[in-house]
Write a new protein. Sequence first.
Length: 139
Amino acid sequence: MSKKYWLLKSEPDVWSIDQQKNAGNKGAPWDGVRNYQAAKNLKAMKKGDHCFFYHSNIGKEIVGIVEVIKEAYLDKTDQSGRFVAVTVKFIKKLDRPITLENIKKNKELSHLSLIRQSRLSVMPIDSKSWKILNNMVKI
């Protein structure tokens, strides 16, 4: 089974890349997701998948990469018992954030949910787009 790629959005004043880094190798739950499409994406994540860490609202930029270390389980913050969480651990902080503005300028990325469904907090990233985005850090 090949690795899949994702993008996780978090408001940096709620949970930032630095807080994720400070969580260490034990990682931290990615919880609080209450959108059914985003929850479906969490359920599809597998151990070892990599995710871009995106600061939403403040910044609107990809700031790092995390790895799924525990697959979907019941979200302890959800009283209804309908939603799941995954656990992710910090891999790296990007040398230079990739801004939403720059992502929108790249025609090869126009299909991304980040652009088409801007409110979605957990979304898949195809491997070609993953490579393009990683290369954008080096520009």
